[in-house]
Design a binder for this molecule. Structure first.
Ligand SMILES: Nc1ncnc2c1ncn2[C@@H]1O[C@H](COP(=O)(O)OP(=O)(O)OP(=O)(O)O)[C@@H](O)[C@H]1O
Ligand SMILES: [Mg+2]
Length: 263
């Protein structure tokens, strides 16, 4: 079972939108998908509640009231033959608790709004994920998704440059579009909506979904996962901003936005 944690301690950064869209992409391809919703707001579960009976099934697990320090995510779907487990997490996670969401995850996806405030908050989060989330020695498990992005804006470019200095890829760029608002109302993922309506969005989900499908399941790969450089090329060719994998690791990420502003 591949486990993906969707994490950002900044509220409204696009965690639930990323979770349900990715879940629907996988479910539409016949995968057995579960969403474990750790957020007391229960937005992912509410979306599942609005899901038409004819749509491919996605299992929902209410997890906001379980003790995540003791209960491993995959134990919550015992006996249900799940092949992809997506963890939708709340904004309010204390930094010392990040480890409980990251420890079982093959990939940790961080949706970030391209804005100065969110980029700064992202810097702090990434520092915490590396120091407290146990990702310092396995940074390849971590990837950023730009949420509600508009290309060619200063804020988007600043986010890209900031992440490049940290050797972190923007693995996908989710367009700012009313399609996501409709998707939330309908209980359908954007990848499942009529093609003529979402054709500008499909490349993002096809690329991200294929990247997730390519995640190795075996234990060694989990321990030693390395991001294949070809992935960056795939994303670039799909019109999604690719990884900027060069550059040295920045020890103090909080200094980076200040550095960018100074330019
Ligand atoms: N790409 C997008 N285009 C337009 N609207 C979007 C997009 N992504 C998210 N939204 C809207 O932004 C709002 C916040 O998104 P979402 O609920 O996914 O964030 P979140 O990180 O899960 O929030 P919270 O921290 O409260 O759980 C929602 O109203 C959602 O419909
Ligand atoms: Mg949410």
């Amino acid at each position: 079972m591949i486990r993906i944690a969707i994490v950002n301690t900044k509220g409204g950064s696009g965690k639930t939108t990323l979770t349900v869209s990715l879940a629907s992409w996988l479910a539409a391809r016949g995968k057995r998908v579960a969403i474990v919703d750790y957020d007391p707001q229960g937005s992912s579960l509410a979306w599942l509640g609005r899901r038409p009976a004819t749509a491919p099934k996605i299992i929902g697990v209410k997890a906001h009231d379980i003790d995540f320090r003791i209960n491993r995510s995959y134990r919550l779907v015992d006996g249900q033959e799940v092949s992809y487990l997506l963890m939708d997490t709340p904004a309010a996670i204390a930094r010392q608790n990040l480890i409980y969401f990251c420890r079982d995850a093959h990939r940790v996806l961080v949706p970030v709004l391209p804005s100065a405030i969110d980029t700064h908050a992202c810097a702090r989060l990434i520092q915490n994920l590396l120091l407290n989330g146990g990702l310092r020695h396995d940074q390849a498990r971590l990837a950023v998704v730009a949420s509600r992005a508009r290309h060619n804006t200063l804020a988007y470019t600043a986010l890209q440059r900031f992440l490049a200095t940290m050797n972190l890829p923007i693995i996908a760029t989710v367009r700012d579009s009313q399609n996501y608002v409709k998707s939330a109302e309908l209980g359908l993922g954007v990848p499942e909506m009529p093609v003529r309506q979402v054709e500008k969005d499909l490349a993002t989900w096809n690329s991200l979904g294929e990247w997730i499908e390519a995640v190795p399941t075996d234990v060694q790969a989990f321990q030693e996962s390395k991001r294949p450089t070809s992935v960056a090329g795939t994303f670039r060719s799909a019109g999604v901003v690719g990884a900027a994998n060069q550059g040295s690791f920045v020890k103090d990420p909080l200094s980076v936005p200040a550095m960018l502003r100074a330019k």
